[in-house]
Design a protein. Sequence first.
Length: 226
Amino acid sequence: MKLVVTSDCHGRLASADLPPGDVLILAGDLFSNRFSNPETDAASQLSDLQELDDFCGRLDYGHVLLIAGNHDWVFERNKQATRELKNIAYLEDSGITIGGIRFYGSPYQPEFFSWAFNLPRSGSELARIWSLIPDDTDVLITHGPPAGILDQPFGKGEHAGCELLLKRVQQVRPRAHVFGHIHGSYGRTTVGETLFVNASLCNENYQPVNKPQVIDLELDTLNLKG
């Protein structure tokens, strides 16, 4: 199974050169923020969501999986928004099995300014969210990275990833962990038995310069779960 993964498109997904594959994964921050008010942005993004669904319906993928990011107010403020989706499976602390591969997605991250899906860093709420990740997850999709892995703004300096997420990932050992959020650490690395992919489309200047990445689950991952 080939996964095509991208995130942090900020309204620029249509400009991405999407390669062929079986499953398209969109790991949050799909929409732009036109206003300074979360409620106004959420209302504006509702029409963007319908356009995204229509766009994905024209793509040649068997499945499209989507999680929210911290810029995607529509998902936090309007819990009914995803009911009309026809071409996208939206995951919010939930999972889906495709061809025997178990996917699980969550939008949360440690507090990051005053954006959506924030929870206190190292707090009990965030620990509870990560505890929901099933032990048999093959492909984990979160918006933010785990601590110390592809989580440095501009690719250097302070690590912005989540310590509690790292701990849970080390327990679950998924075959692949896809995320974005920290634009400057776009790339991939393998740690232990897990392939980690920061799939940010946009760079730190919000220009869509990074290519969507392809994960071949048979060739690129080591932890072949039963």
